[in-house]
Design a protein around this ligand. Structure first.
Ligand code: ADE
Length: 429
């Protein structure tokens, strides 16, 4: 019999499921860390340079093994950090426990928290009086602006992880309410090309498979949205033998999907042919009443976009006589028309609800960007006007170079002749 050592009670403030899970969490955090060499190097540098000494930081992220490695790096850099969940279903409870017990980091997050608890945690995070906010979806930043104007003078800036959060920050900027700098981590090349595409591609299918244990080969999978996330999911679903249908609102992306080899059609046409639906649009009610009406009996719907509003579950409930839980994260809605529709992960991010989110190797680059963005804000404190800032190209390139090196790969350098050629216009045919 293995005996799990339970650490003594901690004075670190927290609201997690069970501190006794810490030992398991620590092992998994270390395992993920093996695939995060870039973040590790940043952590080691932070440990000597202490860029965040004396600063309070709030991170509202999915509490996963990868986020734990980011939190450890920020703490090594001197940050007084507090972590809350950015989604009610994405917290890994053993990770939350280990951060409290082994790392002394305050965590307010547990898997299955309700909306009221989630909002209470956002307020606890703001009570920490942050100087820096790391957001994933922009909830902490939006709450600060709506409800805590008195704290804004203490803010150095915010960093945003995801497309949905960037859209919200842009709306805040347009409305003239964003009164501090915000770093756009999502649009760094070393973030969205890898995390959004390969990370979402793999982890979304991982979530669907873990929830259902079904074979994807031969199924018709409808991918709503052909941004970087949709591209990744479509590519990987095709690789597993599915017939992929893409729905889009953007004509250019639709052509790209066609030329990538997928069928493109509106959701109204896709609804009766799909076996599995995956939404990744960032918009609301992409699958709604009229679509449920014509779906095949047993069709499965899931979401891998940030918020749980892409599937109109209210409309589905209105059509159902009964909802039964078939397996974890798999609920069957028995409809009045005699058919059933199966909802995976309650319509929340299926990759984090039913699986473990993006693999560490891609989060390595995403969170290297987060760490560097926080450092950039501190280094440029007082210099940046309110606004949305891209990650500097040099930072993006440095992260790519470190990642490549860690992979044991290298690239060519331009010869002096090539440099000269690239800078001239006189040479031609
Ligand atoms: N977003 C998607 N996957 C994630 C992960 N593994 N950790 C943190 N945030 C994520």
């Amino acid at each position: 019999m293995t005996v799990t050592p339970v650490k003594p009670p901690t004075s670190v403030k927290h609201e997690v499921k069970d501190l006794a899970l810490a030992a398991e969490g620590k092992k998994r955090i270390e395992w993920a860390g093996r695939e995060m060499p870039v973040l590790r190097q940043i952590r080691d540098r932070f440990a000597t340079e202490k860029p965040f000494e004396g600063l309070r930081l709030v991170a509202c992220c999915h509490v996963t093994t990868e986020t734990a490695n980011l939190a450890i790096a920020l703490k090594a850099g001197g940050a007084d950090a507090i972590l809350i969940a950015s989604n009610p279903l994405s917290t890994q409870d053993d990770v939350a426990a280990s951060l409290v017990v082994d790392e002394g980091i305050s965590v307010y997050a547990f898997k299955g928290e309700d909306t009221e608890t989630y909002l209470r945690h956002v307020n606890i995070a703001l009570d920490h009086k942050p100087n820096i906010i790391i957001d994933d979806g922009s909830d902490v930043t939006a709450t600060l602006i709506k409800e805590r104007q008195d704290q804004i003078s203490e803010i150095i800036g915010t960093t945003e992880e995801t497309t949905t959060g960037i859209v919200r920050l842009q709306a805040m900027l347009n409305d003239g309410v964003l009164s501090f700098p915000a770093m756009n981590v999502n649009d760094a090349d070393t973030k969205h090309f890898f995390d959004n595409r390969y990370g979402t591609g793999q982890s979304t299918l991982d979530g669907i498979i873990r929830a259902t244990n079904i074979l994807l080969a031969g199924k018709t999978i409808v991918v709503a949205g052909y941004g970087w996330c949709g591209r990744g999911v479509a590519m990987r679903a095709q690789g597993l033998g599915a017939n992929v249908v893409v729905t889009e609102i953007d004509p250019v992306r639709a052509i790209e999907a066609v030329m990538d080899g997928f069928r493109v059609m509106p959701m109204a046409e896709a609804a009766p042919v799909g076996d599995i639906f995956i939404t990744l649009t960032g918009n609301k009610h992409v699958i709604r009443g009229e679509h449920f009406d014509v779906m095949k009996d047993g069709a499965m719907v899931s979401n891998s976009g940030h918020f749980d509003l892409e599937i109109d579950l209210g409309a589905l409930k209105g059509k159902a006589t009964e909802v039964t839980t078939v397996r974890n994260f798999t609920e069957e809605y028995h409809l009045k028309n005699g058919k059933s529709v199966i909802v995976l992960g309650e319509g929340r991010l299926i990759n984090l609800a039913a699986a473990e989110g993006h693999p560490s190797a891609v989060m390595d680059m995403s969170f290297a960007n987060q760490a560097m963005a926080c450092e950039y804000l501190v280094k440029n404190k007082g210099e940046l006007e309110p606004g949305l800032y891209p990650i500097p190209t040099e930072v993006d390139k440095d992260i790519a170079t470190l990642k490549l090196k860690a992979m044991g790969l290298s690239v060519d350098e331009l010869t002096p002749e090539q440099v000269k050629y690239m800078n001239s216009w006189t040479e031609g045919t």
